[in-house]
Design a protein around this ligand. Structure first.
Ligand SMILES: O=C1O[C@H](COP(=O)(O)O)[C@@H](O)[C@H](O)[C@H]1O
Length: 316
């Protein structure tokens, strides 16, 4: 294991982490939708488009891009051929846990989130009913998607199939199929390529539902795997695998609080210990960022970077 150093942005407290994370997500959104300029935006596509949006449970939704009839490129053959324009979508993988409050605080007050161009997948899910407070989808739906102001559009959300929560293997296979449908049009289907995967990191070092020293960490083939015996929280889960996480355009960790400081110290200073985050720091080298508050960096020796906002954060 080499000592690959990710970008580490640090902030004095939770509120500034939330604002910076929201800004970072919007930069990734703009890059995915509009290309090389993170700042360029086309608000005309932000609302009222012809695309279906859906925040209800449906793992059978299929489109990763939406083909619409566009202006013909050559008027001479306009009657024969209509050029198909591919409307780009922002594909994001979300975790649960403390990240959800960060998204709630940071994203809901921004007016440059193009919600109806988002395809939302889950980095992991606990196999409990959606109404449970332990459900990542259920919690994100209640805390974020249900609170998007009227008229701002709705993302297309891809939760697990709730009817499969008693069968982790079946549920994982089913979610993998959901990813195949969602990414097949865009990628070579060897692996899905998310525009952004957002991860937390628990005090025991687990990320998504990848726990330290579990065989799931070594999965090289499947995109999604079952977890039968998670040592904390709900035992049964599904999770994206390390190769899928590391294949994303950007992988971003969001961590706050002093209880996380010891694990962050190990991740940053002892990558040889092979904690899941250290594996990702290495496997997605150059594309990994950490947004961390000062408490979580207590006694951690790393080089911190200053985050540059797309737009200025609100004045306090
Ligand atoms: O169990 C889980 O925990 C991790 C970390 O949660 P945090 O509250 O310590 O940030 C979370 O990212 C994951 O989605 C969740 O299922």
């Amino acid at each position: 294991m080499t000592t690959t150093v990710p970008k580490i942005y640090s902030f004095p407290e939770f509120g500034s982490v939330a604002e910076a994370v929201a800004d970072h997500i919007i930069a990734a959104q703009n890059h995915a939708l509009f290309g090389d300029s993170d700042k360029k935006q086309d608000r005309s596509n932000s609302t009222g488009s012809a695309m279906t949006t859906n925040t209800t449970a449906s793992s059978s939704n299929s489109a990763s891009t939406t083909n619409i009839a566009g202006t013909p490129s050559n008027p001479a053959n306009s009657s024969k051929k209509k050029k198909k324009e591919v409307v780009k979508r922002f594909k994001i993988g979300l975790s649960g846990g403390s990240l959800i409050q960060v998204l709630h605080e940071g994203l809901l007050k921004r007016d440059d989130v193009l919600w109806d161009r988002w395809d939302v997948y889950f980095a992991d899910e606990r196999l409990v009913p959606f109404e449970s407070t332990e459900s990542n989808y259920g919690k994100i739906k209640r805390k974020l998607f249900d609170q998007i102001p009227e008229g701002k559009g709705k993302p297309k959300v891809f939760p697990i199939d709730e009817s499969l929560i008693n069968d982790p293997q079946e549920c994982a296979d089913n979610y993998e199929k959901c990813l195949i449908r969602g990414f097949a049009n865009k990628d070579s289907v060897k692996k899905p390529m998310f525009d952004l995967v957002l991860l937390g990191c628990a005090p025991d070092g687990h990320i998504a539902s990848l726990f330290p020293n579990q065989p799931t960490l070594r999965e090289n083939f499947a995109w999604v795997v079952p977890v039968e015996d998670a040592p904390v929280g709900p035992a049964k889960r599904i999770t994206l695998t390390i190769p899928v996480i590391c294949h994303a355009h950007r992988v971003t960790f969001v961590v706050e609080g002093q209880t996380k400081a010891p694990v962050i110290k190990t991740i940053m200073e002892r990558p040889d210990k092979g904690l899941p985050s250290s594996i990702v720091n290495e496997g997605a080298a150059g594309r990994v960022s950490w947004f961390v508050d000062d408490d979580a960096l207590h006694d951690v020796f790393v080089t911190k970077k200053r985050y540059k906002f797309l737009v200025d954060p609100p004045q306090k």
